[in-house]
Design a protein around this ligand. Structure first.
Ligand code: SF4
Length: 280
């Protein structure tokens, strides 16, 4: 995984041995998130990279951004109940993955120990059967075609339909996320202010925290540009099935340096459109 990419955050190399030695150029990314400056130094490898290879870098940046937002809420006296081990919202929302994330998750699950891998595949298959046995809204089907971008209203319709299925996340086992370290960016970016009880549909208030940058959108745009297609999203329970049906997209490669540079540009473009995340 990520053999062709080198990520350095705060000056600390996070790449793996050979890749680190292969870095020919280092580029910087500076973001100002709610007044906190985040500095990233990203090494560019010489080789070629698959779409899945960009995901660790996206996860690193995403975590730094969400940490800054959470810290800012706490310093203003706010309360966030979200933490590792709380699965109050898991299964209550549609979790979309960008194509690079879908391909990366498939690789990670395939590399898991056999028992774990088989039980995840089984759980996803059962969830996929349940989803596909229902009649989804037209907009859901359109997303697999070369469709124009889905509007917020259409997305809300698909989301409400999905929630009505009351389908627990296939990666939730005994109330614990079994892929916590590899969880989708949408899960990483989901935080609420208030009470986790409200997330369970009980009493209290849970106000969703707006993140300054949606990393799944960054990856969706990047993948769309590289593949020459429109931006796509794959819903979490259908991810493994979708990957089985798109094997050629897992193996396609691009020059790693070009991919990382464009990724950084898209992050900057999206951040500069948002008032709470500026390019420093
Ligand atoms: S992947 Fe993990 S964090 Fe995301 S919805 Fe599923 S169980 Fe929850």
């Amino acid at each position: 995984m990520a053999e062709n990419l080198l990520t350095m955050v705060g000056g600390e190399p996070m790449g793996v041995g050979d890749t680190y030695n292969c870095a020919t150029e280092v580029i910087s990314l500076e973001l100002d998130v709610l007044g906190k400056e985040l500095n990233f130094r990203i090494g560019l490898g010489k080789g070629r990279a698959k779409l899945a290879d960009i995901v660790p870098l996206a996860r690193t940046i995403c975590t730094k951004i969400t940490d800054a937002v959470v810290e800012s809420i706490y310093s203003d006296g706010g309360r966030i109940p979200c933490r590792k081990g709380c699965a109050a919202c898991c299964g209550r929302y549609l979790v979309p993955l960008s194509v690079p994330e879908a391909l990366c998750l498939k690789e990670e699950i395939s590399a898991a120990p056999q028992y774990q891998r088989e039980s995840m595949f089984r759980a996803c298959l059962l969830a996929a059967r349940r989803i596909l046995s229902q009649k989804p809204p037209e907009q859901f089907l359109d997303q697999t075609a070369e469709a124009s971008p889905v509007s917020t209203a259409e997305l809300n319709l698909v989301s409400s339909w999905y929630v009505s299925l009351k389908l627990p996340c296939p990666f939730l086992y005994n109330g614990v996320c079994t892929i916590y370290e590899q969880r989708p960016l949408a899960c990483r970016e989901y935080f609420v202010k208030g009470s986790a009880e409200a997330c369970r549909g009980r009493r209290g208030i849970a106000e969703v925290v707006q993140m300054p940058l949606q990393m799944p959108n960054v990856l969706a745009q990047l993948a769309g540009e590289l593949e020459g297609a429109s931006a796509e999203a794959v819903i979490l329970p259908l991810t493994l099935l979708w990957c089985e049906q798109n094997p050629e997209r897992a193996g396609r490669t691009w020059p790693a340096a070009m991919m990382v540079k464009r990724f950084v540009e898209i992050v900057k473009e999206m951040a500069s459109k948002n008032s709470t995340a500026a390019v420093a």
